[in-house]
Every structure is written in C-alpha cells, then in structure tokens.
Design a protein around this ligand. Structure first.
Ligand SMILES: [Fe+2]
Ligand SMILES: [Fe+2]
Length: 203
C-alpha cells in the first residue's frame, strides 16, 4: 500500500481565511473528480453530517457550517483517480484555489494513521469520527429492505460487533476517533442516522 503520509501538519495560507468554494463550485469539483456515484454519495453524506453537527451541536453560523460541509464533501475527492496520492492531490488543489486553511487541514485530518496529521480542532476531530461510521451506517442501511426507515442505534452496534460485516471498516480507528471527543458511540450513531438519510434518497 502506498505511503500516504503527508509529511507536514500545516496547510494553506492564513491570509486566505474565510475564502471558500461556493456550493456549486464544490459540487462541480466533486462531479469532475469523482465519477463513482457511490463514492460521491459517501462524500455528500459526510458533508451533510458535518454541516448538521456544526449548526446543531456547535451552534455555529451558516457561514462556518459551510466550511464543515466543504471539508466533508471534498475529503475523498482524489481517492478514485489518484489513490496513491490521497489526500495530497485535493489538498494541493484547494491550496491553489486559495481556500481557507481550516478546511484544508480538516481534510488532512480524516485519517491520522494514514496521513500523519493529528486532529486538533473540533472540526478536525469530527471528520475523523464521522468518516468511517458514516460509510459503515450506509452499508448497513443498504442491506435492509426498508433501508434507513426504522433503523436504530442498536442494530448498528450489533453490526459493528460482527467483524465479517463491512470488514474493511476499521473498528479500531472508530474507537480511536471516539476517544478524542466527549460523545459516546451511541450518540454519534444516532446523530448520523438522523441526518444522513436525507442525502441517501438523492442517489
Ligand atoms: Fe479518505
Ligand atoms: Fe471517506
């Protein structure tokens, strides 16, 4: 497997604070870089959950929540076309576009064991918490006849304890991410269940 360590922990230019991509610009980038519909959906789901968390749990204004959304929506943008350069390609692209450094660093924090960047801010910690769990919950929803309808926290916990289900999802990484925040696994699963179903209908 390629070494994805980014070899740095500082990203973007502080002078570019508050410079963001618009929703249309971000979706255009997503569509251009990510032909795979399933992967696009994953990124849209992480974006939706990040934005909801910023608004509901952090009480942030819409302009700040948009940054959380951007980090979520773009975090795997280079995964399909440049898996050996994940996530340095998207980071370089956003640095070239002079995007707010907090968004870029959050993307760099979505897998500390791979990219070598430790999450420090709440935004950075939450993308790490949501990334694997969001994908896991969607995989669990897909095998249910009613998908998200009637799906509860308990059934997700049960699936997590079944190593053969979605075996590629690293349970240790989920625990590591959770150990950095003051919310329980149950609370995070409940939050994802409530907020990501809204995005699941569109694809
Ligand atoms: Fe990733
Ligand atoms: Fe991801």
């Amino acid at each position: 497997m390629a070494d994805l360590n980014l070899g740095r922990s500082s990203f973007g230019n502080p002078a570019h604070a508050d410079r963001v991509l618009s929703e249309a610009e971000a979706l255009a980038l997503l569509n251009e870089w990510v032909p795979n519909e399933r992967l696009r959906l994953h990124m849209l789901q992480v974006g939706a959950v990040m934005k909801s968390w910023a608004l509901e749990k952090e009480g942030l204004p819409v302009s700040e929540a948009h940054k959380w959304w951007l980090a979520g929506v773009l975090h795997d943008a280079d995964w399909e076309k440049y898996p050996d350069q994940h996530c340095s390609r998207i980071i370089e692209e956003l640095e070239n576009r002079q995007v707010d450094p907090t968004i870029i660093r959050t993307i760099a924090c979505h897998g500390p064991r791979h990219f070598g960047v430790e999450p420090e801010t709440t935004m950075e910690k939450m993308i790490y918490v949501f990334d694997e769990l969001s994908g896991f919950i969607h995989a669990a929803a897909l095998i249910r006849p009613t998908q998200y309808e009637g799906m509860d926290v308990k059934s997700v916990l049960k699936k997590l304890k079944t190593p053969s289900f979605a075996a590629q999802v690293n349970r240790e990484e989920i625990q590591d991410a959770l150990s950095r925040i003051d919310f329980t696994l149950e609370e995070i699963i409940g939050f994802i269940l409530t907020h990501q179903r809204e995005v699941s209908d569109t694809c």
